[in-house]
Write a protein that binds this ligand. Structure first.
Ligand SMILES: [Zn+2]
Length: 470
């Protein structure tokens, strides 16, 4: 890159200049600045490289090579923040292992507090919007008369408490509006959207805000709802974050998101101030400099990001009426894990009708259809494969093979699987299990599993080759 070339050129020049007794610069004494300028350019180049290779996800992975290792002193601030941001506002994370969830999150929060950052500010201010969205989804997971996450008996009490709260809030603000049986009046998708919409506004949203302001942190970690109207809320002063909400958002952005393009706009301005003047910005924000120093910042790189953002008006933060795509995905996955492929695919059908350009939702729709209507799944997956918006072609091909397999077209499925090139896949994928595709009959018997792509392919090849040989 140009900066590197400039730094190298300046270093050569400084050496030549020094050898000439600084005659090259026209200086006759030792006041020549050639060496100083060369050093400054090299320093700038090194900082730019450090800033550019900083990777939140890598630091998170390095912190916990083993998923059973809980946060300790070896974790970077970034790894701690990433864990908290990913898991705390998502009630479905650790749904099946609530004790582990509490141990991990409370120890991560304790480490953050030890570094001198207010966890009240992070949890109650920084994650407020995520909590409000998640609460709306959690409370909507139980529609009156129908559930997307299994029967009422299989849902933990703490989830039911949110659904019941939403029912009470809807009844209180609009007594004529209680619908007993969704299926009679609306489609499942419309009913869910309507319920989430009601949960995002009015009384329920106020209750969630009040809970987040007042509840003990341990209740927030375990998503335990209790009405705390008489308990005093934690004041902004107690939060001890002089930079206010925008500074909290900046801290979370810079330690949970690698790419500036994913940050909030105001966070970029805070970053620019910090890159220019770390010490005074740390004081203004109220974050220890030792914490901020864990992520290098380079002025030129931040300026580039600000300029790029200025010319792109699209912020993809809010999709589907404040339901973000990640939240939709986790909702869909929970439903599929509970054997609700039928209902989930109907929901995704509605969503793809409402938002036909959402390539990822269409891809999920194709996946959910495989156990239920594999013929239609093949159609949908085929359309996804023809859409240039879809980057994850190999995942779509695995799903195509799964649909063919479900249709008992084993020979064709085998051809697709044999043609897969998945060397680039690092992340695990949610896929239908080969043994289910081979032998499950009812769609309720299907359960998605988390697979390494190579591992899935090896299992699939083994079974499919046996089928075809028969
Ligand atoms: Zn010189």
């Amino acid at each position: 890159m140009d900066e590197d070339l400039v730094a190298r050129a300046m270093r050569h020049y400084a050496e030549a200049c020094t050898a000439s007794g600084h005659a090259l610069s026209g200086s006759v004494d030792t006041q020549c600045r050639c060496g100083t300028v060369a050093a400054r350019l090299e320093e700038d180049r090194d900082l730019r490289i450090k800033a550019q290779i900083f990777d939140v996800q890598r630091s998170r992975v390095q912190a916990a090579v083993n998923a059973e290792e809980q946060p300790d002193a070896s974790w970077t601030f970034s790894a701690l923040v990433r864990l908290v941001v990913d898991e705390l506002p998502d009630p479905f994370q650790g749904f099946d292992r609530p004790f582990k969830r509490i141990v991990f999150l409370t120890s991560a929060l304790a480490r953050i507090a030890e570094s001198g950052v207010s966890i009240d500010a992070i949890v109650r201010i920084g994650l407020r919007h995520r909590f409000k969205r998640s609460a709306a989804i959690l409370a909507s997971a139980m529609l009156p008369g129908i559930s997307l996450t299994g029967s009422r008996n299989s849902i933990p009490d703490r989830t039911l408490a949110w659904a019941d709260l939403l029912d009470r809030c809807i009844a209180e603000s609009d007594p004529g509006d209680v619908v007993d049986n969704v299926a009679e009046t609306e489609s499942l998708g419309d009913a869910l959207f309507e319920r989430i919409r009601k949960a995002r506004i009015g009384l329920f949203a106020d209750k969630v805000a009040g809970w987040l302001e007042r509840a003990p942190i341990i209740d927030i970690v375990s998503w335990r709802y209790t009405d705390l109207a008489d308990r005093s809320k934690i004041s902004e002063d107690d939060l001890n974050f002089p930079g206010g909400q925008e500074a909290v958002a900046w801290l979370l952005d810079r330690f949970s998101l690698t790419h500036y393009s994913d940050w909030q706009r105001t966070s970029l301005y805070w970053e620019l101030r910090y890159a220019n003047n770390p010490e005074s910005t740390a004081i203004e924000a109220g974050v220890p400099l030792s914490v901020l120093r864990q992520r290098p910042a380079h002025v030129g790189t931040v300026v580039d990001a600000v300029v790029t953002r200025g010319s792109s008006p699209l912020d993809h933060e809010n999709l589907l009426g404040n339901l973000t795509f990640d939240q939709l995905s986790s909702h869909v996955l929970e439903s599929l894990k509970n054997g609700r492929a039928q209902q989930t695919s109907e929901l995704l059908r509605e969503i793809t009708r409402k938002y036909p350009t959402l390539a990822e939702a269409r891809s999920m729709f194709g996946f959910a259809l495989i156990p239920v209507l594999p013929d239609e799944a093949l159609d949908v997956i085929g359309r996804c494969l023809a859409d240039p918006e879809n980057v994850n072609v190999e995942l779509l091909r695995i799903n195509k093979a799964s649909a063919l397999w479900r249709l008992r077209r084993s020979a064709e499925a085998l051809v697709v699987v044999e043609g897969l090139h998945v060397t680039g896949f690092d992340d695990d994928l949610w896929l239908w299990k080969p043994e289910d595709l081979e032998s499950a009959s009812e769609s309720e018997d299907f359960e998605p599993g988390s697979f390494n792509a190579q591992e899935w392919i090896a299992q699939a090849l083994k079974i499919l080759k046996g089928d075809v040989a028969q």
